[in-house]
Write a protein that binds this ligand. Structure first.
Ligand SMILES: C[S@@+](CC[C@H](N)C(=O)[O-])C[C@H]1O[C@@H](n2cnc3c(N)ncnc32)[C@H](O)[C@@H]1O
Length: 249
């Protein structure tokens, strides 16, 4: 999705975007932030901050806080929302064109590197690596392709309980919007908008290529419910997830 589309979403973000910051989400980010020692002497940044939900939390815990987004409308709303955070600077910047070197102790990116171009993703990971100080930490959340496929399997198995195999496969594909996915590239395309979803092995590849070490990948888990999945609810099954990444420069 390009900048203008995000500008449009800034107005009704809550209704249109699934977020790991509201609802009953199991999000390891907050515990990971607490584990960072000597926070009051450290510089933290969020790249692709949107409305900057983390503003207050980060402002209370860290020495200086920076937040950037390439959408001027998001930045305007983020500034309004975080007016009281005195140690915080919020500005318009594109992750693909960031030119920071060895500046931040911690960089956070939450579902912001979701552009479809592999070159853009590569640049974004490298720019985050460059912007971190030596031994700095990146904390990232990235959409999971495996979670999407898992959801598809749950839909298929439910159809198999009701129909013969060929009917079940056909109806499941329609319900799952199979035509909108490109499983090789990890893309979901809806009209003119295309979003990247990541396989776990790809997350590792991008991180290693950018030079990251000590890579740990776990899950942000979302509760079942219509806020999370447009398809169907499976409250007795394992939850859907995004990838949670912790890595070191
Ligand atoms: C799904 S929202 C997440 C916002 C925020 N991180 C949160 O979790 O609430 C994705 C955000 O990334 C921003 N974004 C996407 N591509 C970007 C880029 N190349 N440079 C900077 N920001 C970008 C969008 O404008 C949008 O605000």
């Amino acid at each position: 999705m390009e900048q203008k589309e995000w500008d449009r979403l800034a107005e009704n973000y809550h209704e249109e975007v699934i977020s790991p910051f509201y609802g009953d989400v199991e999000n390891p980010l907050f515990d990971e932030l607490k584990k960072i020692k000597n926070r009051k002497n450290k510089l933290v940044a969020e790249f692709g901050c949107g409305l900057f939900y983390l503003g207050e939390t980060l402002s209370k815990q860290f020495k200086e806080v920076y937040a950037f987004d390439f959408s001027p409308a998001m930045v305007k709303r983020a500034k309004e929302k975080n007016k009281s955070c005195k140690n915080t600077k919020i500005g318009v910047k594109d992750i693909r064109k960031m030119r920071y070197n060895n500046k931040f102790d911690i960089i956070i990116s939450v579902n912001s590197i979701i552009m479809p171009s592999y070159n853009d993703i590569d640049k974004s990971f490298r720019n985050i690596h460059n912007a971190l100080k030596k031994k700095g930490i990146v904390l990232m959340i990235l959409p999971s392709m495996e979670s999407v496929i898992y959801n598809g399997s749950l839909i298929l198995h439910k159809q198999l309980e009701k129909f013969n195999e060929s009917t079940a496969k056909r109806t499941a594909k329609v319900k799952f919007e199979n035509k909108k996915y490109d499983f090789f590239n990890g893309y979901y395309t809806d009209g003119s908008e295309r979003q990247k979803f990541y396989y776990k092995h790809e997350v590792l590849l991008f991180l290693k290529k950018a030079g990251f070490k000590d890579i740990e990948i776990s899950k942000v888990k979302y509760p079942w419910g219509k806020n999370i999945s447009d398809y169907e609810d499976f409250p007795c099954e394992e939850k859907l997830w995004d990838w949670f990444v912790k890595a070191r420069k």
